[in-house]
Design a protein around this ligand. Structure first.
Ligand code: GAL
Length: 394
């Protein structure tokens, strides 16, 4: 089992290295940008644009609507999109709506009014944009869904994302293979020794289709161990409805964890925090520190996005793993979709079944998520050019 995991990781590491090699150079700079310096990241992108000889997008405007700058990943996503589109000569209008649904609706209305040739949308609330999407369709402006599926609309042409159920599967498999109790590693071994492990779940936003898909992938892996009593959830909250956190809020994650710890863990330690997002892992970390947890009883904590802070925490031991999603690659795939709708080119698609938005099945490209921890972050993240050793050291 472990061998198989290693083989998968190695293959993934090689794939990532290869991808980094085929050049979205400036994007690796943008990956390092810390929160609050979006403009700097975007500017870094424009210098690349100047150097480019591909002007296929010249004279065309692409509007990119992003959800929030409160999480590092979206800053990188926006910067990568701007960089890569400008490198092809497009004019880019990049807007963030700080998790305010109405603000995002207004931004998109303005983008339509300003005469965008294509809209790229990472929604805050995936079902709340139906009217504005209809307006875009009536104005003949094609829409690409970025990372999060746009629900209940036939106005969306393509969807670029990561394999969202695969993210949950990877987190689940990581827990199954690495959770350790009394020297036994992996839930099979823990179960064989007659031990059990306490787990709580911090799941994603109910208005984000990715969150439920992740939950489903995760539970497919964990359910057998709930069923045979190896995993115990003392709060009893294991359903998606009971564990989802609106707008992926770090503060709510911290509050939930504080409530779990005071309500259910006064006489036993929590062993596993199955968190769906690095932001939740930061919240859990704060709650655990507040409750007096130390390296001796620190639980296994999962995450998603491999944010700079998360990888630092992985190196320091306060987070166990994350899911690396190479935002450079996602932007690259999304740009091919923009070109398809604007210039009549053919984008690469690898899924035409999974992403039914309630109206249509949206043709999608799914990038592969990769689990990273202290053992493989160097080969995947550093060798892949996503963060440098220097960035991780400071
Ligand atoms: C999801 C995305 C995750 C994470 C989360 C919170 O839609 O798939 O990677 O970033 O939003 O921002």
């Amino acid at each position: 089992m472990k061998k198989k995991l290693l083989a998968v990781m190695l293959t993934a590491a090689m794939a990532v290295t290869t991808l980094a090699g085929c050049g979205s150079g400036a994007a690796s700079d943008s990956a390092s940008t810390d929160a609050g310096s979006t403009e700097a990241a975007a500017d870094a992108g424009s210098s690349d644009a100047a150097a480019s000889t591909d002007t296929s997008g010249s004279g065309k405007r692409v509007a990119v609507a992003m959800p929030t700058q409160s999480s590092e990943r979206w800053i990188n996503d926006g910067a990568n999109m701007k960089t890569q589109l400008e490198a092809k000569g497009y004019t880019v209008d990049l807007q963030y709506a700080e998790d305010d649904v109405q603000a995002q609706v207004s931004q998109i209305e303005n983008m339509i009014a300003a005469g965008a040739d294509c809209l790229v949308i990472a929604a805050i609330d995936s079902g709340a944009l139906v009217n504005v999407e209809e307006q875009a369709k009536n104005a003949g402006i094609p829409i690409i869904a970025y990372d999060r599926l746009l629900m209940d609309t036939d106005a969306v042409s393509y969807y670029a994302t990561f394999d969202n159920k695969g993210v949950g599967t990877a987190i689940g498999k990581y827990i199954v293979e690495n959770a350790t109790k009394n020297g036994n590693k992996g839930l099979e071994a823990v179960s064989g020794a007659g031990d059990k492990m306490n787990i709580e779940l911090l799941m994603g936003s109910p208005d984000d289709n990715n969150a439920l898909m992740l939950y489903n992938g995760l539970m497919e892996e964990l359910q057998p161990y709930f069923d045979n009593g190896t995993l115990v959830c003392k709060s009893g909250r294991t359903s998606f409805d009971d564990t989802c956190i609106l707008r992926w809020s770090q503060e709510t994650a911290q509050q939930n964890m504080e409530n779990y710890l005071t309500g259910f863990y006064s006489d036993e330690d929590i062993d596993i925090v199955a968190s769906a997002f690095d932001g939740f892992a930061y919240g859990a970390k704060a709650a655990l520190e507040g409750a007096g947890y130390t390296a001796d009883n620190w639980p296994l904590i999962t995450g998603q996005d491999a944010e700079l802070m998360a990888v630092k925490n992985i190196i320091g031991g306060s987070q166990t793993m994350s899911i690396y999603k190479d935002t450079r690659l996602l932007a690259e795939k999304c740009v091919t979709m923009v070109e398809a709708v604007v210039n009549g080119a053919q984008p690469e698609i690898n899924d035409t079944e999974q992403y039914n938005n309630g109206k249509i099945v949206v043709p999608s490209y799914l990038c592969t998520p990769v689990a990273v921890d202290v053992d493989n972050y160097k080969s995947i993240i550093v060798d892949g050019g996503y963060y440098t050793e220097d960035q991780l050291a400071n």
